[in-house]
Every structure is written in C-alpha cells, then in structure tokens.
Design a protein around this ligand. Structure first.
Ligand SMILES: Cc1ncc(COP(=O)(O)O)c(C=O)c1O
Length: 421
C-alpha cells in the first residue's frame, strides 16, 4: 500500500480527476483567481457536485458536501482502510497522519505543533473552554447571543467548574464594525473581572463576521483571553490566525474546506499551550504537547486521509480567496435588491468586513419558521430558520459555491412575491 506521499496526493488526487473529468482548462483554474461573477466558470465547478433535485439548495451551512472527485477519493480511502485494516493503521497511518497534519497547519499558516486534529469544531472548542486554566473563583467570562449553543453551554458550565460569573450580552442589531467593538468594550467596562471571552468568528445564526482582531486586542488590553470559534469561518472567509492575534481557536474542515464529515482542529498558539490543561490527565502525549489537550479515541481514518484530496480540489477552484469572493457575490445577488425593501430586514450590514456568504433575514410581522416553510413548500427553496438571536428568530440563507446566479434570483422573486399585497 503506497503511503500518502505528496506524489500520491497529486497522482491519484481529487485535483487530477477534477481536471480529467473535463471540468476545464487547468491553466485558467489554477493561475488567476476566477471572477466571482463568471457563471460559466462556476457552472463547471458546480458540475463536480451532486445536489438534491427538485429543490434550490440554499442551506449549505449545516455541513459542506464533498465534490464528486473528493467523494471518490474518500470512498477509495475507505476501501483501502477497510481492506488493509490494522495492517495499515498500525504500520503506516502514523506517518500519513503527520503529513496531513502538516498540510492542515500549512493551510492555516501555523505550525504543526500548534494544531491537534479533532472530529469537529465542538470537540476542539469544548476542550479549549473546559481546559482553560487561568480562571479563578470570582472572575467572569463573557459570551454573546450569536454564539453557538453548545459553546454557550460550555461557557455556562464554567460557573460550576471554575466558580466564575457568566456574563451574556446581546450583540447590537443592526450591527456596525465600531458598534460591535463598542459592545465588547462596554462589557469589559461593566465587568472588570472578565478574564475569558468566547468569540464566534462568523455567526451560524446571522452570518455576521466579528471584528475579531480588534476584539482580541481589546480583550488583551483588559487582561482577558479570547477563544475563537471559527467553525464557519475557515474556507468561507480569508484569514490567518496570526493576522488576527488569535491564540485559541476551534475550526471545522467539514464545512467550507470540503472535507468529509468528521474532521476539525484545535489551534493553540505555541506560547499559550500551558494555559489549557491536558484533557483528563491525558498520558498519551507529553504534558507540553497540544495533543494532550484533546483525545478523540479512534476516529474516521478515511475522513482524515481525504483531507489532501479535498485541499487539492479547494486549491484547484482557486482556494479561499476565490470561494469567498464567489460566496459574497452570490450573497449580494439577493441582498442588494432586497436591502431597502420596507418589509424585509437583512441582518448583516453592507460593510464587507462584517459578512461572508451567509446572511439571514426576517420578514416584518411574519414568523420565521413559517417563512422558511413557505419558501420550501411554495417556492422549492430550502433555507433554515435560526433562533437564539436576541432580537428574534430569522431565516438563514447559505449559498454554496455550486449555486448559480439563477438560484439567488429565484429567492429574490420568491421573497418579493411573499411580501407583495
Ligand atoms: C459557529 C459554530 N460553532 C460550532 C459549530 C459546531 O460544529 P460541529 O457540529 O461540526 O462540531 C458550528 C456548527 O454548525 C457552528 O456553526
């Protein structure tokens, strides 16, 4: 069985089959960043995905489907692992895993010893929140309404676990770059004992992107740390942890990086590793090692083995810059014509710093559950309603890179029809 050398990645990779499948001219695909509005380019990409029929799929935030070449690679890895069994996993998987780890770290612009692979962002973030060891009884921790429910629960749990006060704020709506920073500044002023904050980089509820760099710096100025939930950010928007000053972060690879379900990662900046306790006195890795901070047990080997194939495909498409630009373009196709509609409330602002591809809305005077249902039943457009926003539930629209301009046009028509008369 060949090991996963870089040559093997390229030789049998998704990228190779992507090109071989006649999707297009390799030179154009790999050189320039494709134009976000170039429908013919994106049609070729979309042809690499199998999508549900009979419905316009605008709910791609739950998890990210694999392109067909990546799915084929995943199936190949699954068959290999199943055939070779422990003869592979005990002898060769360790070296392959190291290469995968290197590739993930490289893609994030961090070092492999600052990354521990997990099965999802939840596992990474729970280990960070639970393991953060600088809290003392009487300190305070902070989170916001837009944060993810299970991370809110983990922050609440710190009350019993660490004896801290738990502060919850509602982020301003409508949001602005400065308004968001001010909301955190105000919380620090009101609660000088805050020592830890949770920041959701890109909200799964509304699509709002926080000014992470400014808020992390603000936290530092108040002697507090930030744990950043980038579950939805990696692959949807461009960022490097170092550029934002991030020291603790959880990410998913199975949302926007096109990796099979079951792959996430924890990042801790090297000089901060000691501030997260080893997980349940983990003795499988040295206490100084990030891998001691999370222990997944046996995970899905084939899912990890598919990371390089998925990354090859991601790069073929143009990488995060191209994906982010396409997703923003698709978002603009429905948000721009409806932004000033008197009966539609768009929840992420125009400021390009504050959104990616996801954006939520409300129809004034209407229940968001019923709106999402009507979009599906009447217009065959699949979205999802989201609760937990302090100002009220909303409907989330999450295009994928395989959606077309026509898909968003359908949404505009449907919403206009639903608000006329
Ligand atoms: C903001 C945010 N954080 C964390 C998670 C948890 O991700 P997972 O269920 O893959 O662990 C999600 C999932 O949707 C999310 O949107």
């Amino acid at each position: 069985m060949p090991t996963l050398s870089r040559r093997t990645f390229l030789g049998a990779s998704a990228a190779a089959s992507f090109v071989a499948s006649g999707a297009g001219e390799t030179a154009t695909m790999t050189s320039a960043t494709p134009k976000a509005a170039d429908e013919s380019y994106w049609r070729k990409i979309a042809a690499q995905y199998d999508l549900p029929s009979g419905v316009t799929q605008l709910e791609n935030g739950n998890w990210g489907v694999m392109s067909r070449p990546v799915l084929e690679a995943y199936e190949r890895h699954q068959r290999m692992v199943n055939r070779q069994s422990s003869y592979y996993t005990r002898r060769e998987y360790g070296a392959d895993f190291q290469q995968i780890l290197q590739r993930i770290a490289g893609a994030l612009g961090v070092s492999a010893d600052e990354i521990a692979l997990t099965r999802n962002a939840t596992e990474a973030l729970q280990a960070l929140i639970g393991g953060y060891n600088r809290l003392r009884p009487g300190d305070a921790v902070l989170y916001a309404d837009l944060d993810y429910d299970s991370m809110q629960a983990a922050m609440n749990w710190l009350r019993e676990r660490r004896g801290v006060e738990v502060i919850r704020i509602a982020l301003p709506e409508p949001a602005s770059h400065q308004g968001l920073i001010d909301a955190y500044e105000q919380a620090f002023r009101d609660h000088p004992r805050i020592k830890l904050i949770l920041l959701t980089h890109l909200s799964h509820r509304t699509g709002l992107v926080l000014p992470v760099k400014e808020i992390v710096a603000l936290a530092r100025a108040h002697s507090a740390d930030a744990i950043v939930d980038s579950a939805h950010a990696w692959g949807q928007i461009e960022f490097r942890p170092a550029d934002l000053g991030i020291e603790f972060m959880g990410v998913n690879l199975h949302k926007w990086m096109g990796v099979p379900i079951g792959v996430g990662a924890m990042y801790i900046r090297r000089d901060r590793i000691a501030d997260i306790d080893p997980f349940m006195a983990n003795d499988e890795a040295p206490a100084t090692d990030i891998r001691a901070r999370v222990h997944t047990g046996t995970a899905n080997f084939a899912a990890y083995l598919t990371v390089p194939d998925a990354f090859d495909f991601h790069e073929q498409v143009g990488g995060t810059p191209a994906k982010a630009a396409r997703l923003r373009h698709l978002r603009s196709l429905w948000v721009t014509p409806l932004r000033d509609h008197p009966r539609i409330q768009i929840l992420t602002p125009e400021d390009p710093r504050l959104s990616g591809g996801i954006t939520s809305f409300r129809l004034k005077g209407r229940d968001s559950v019923a709106v999402a249902k009507e979009l599906l039943d009447r217009h065959k457009i699949f979205t999802v309603y989201r609760t937990g926003v302090a100002a009220g539930p909303c409907v989330r629209v999450t295009p994928g890179i395989f959606n077309s301009a026509d898909d968003l046009q359908k949404l505009v028509q449907a919403l206009k029809a639903m608000t006329s008369g």
